[in-house]
Write a protein that binds this ligand. Sequence first.
Ligand SMILES: [Cu+2]
Length: 64
Amino acid sequence: MTLQLTVPSMSCSVCASKITKALQAVDANASVQADPTTKLVNVETQASETAIKEALAAAGYPVA
Ligand SMILES: [Cu+2]
């Protein structure tokens, strides 16, 4: 499943790497592309959309 999420609080590459790590903690095989310029996070994962959104919120990057 591929998800495209908007994360407005992602402002720099450090945020992007924190987001990537948070998502890979949920699904170690997740493919994550986080772009601070567009605020978009593309995730290819077997985890549920709910689990992904919860992980982002827990990391301090709630989905819009
Ligand atoms: Cu940042």
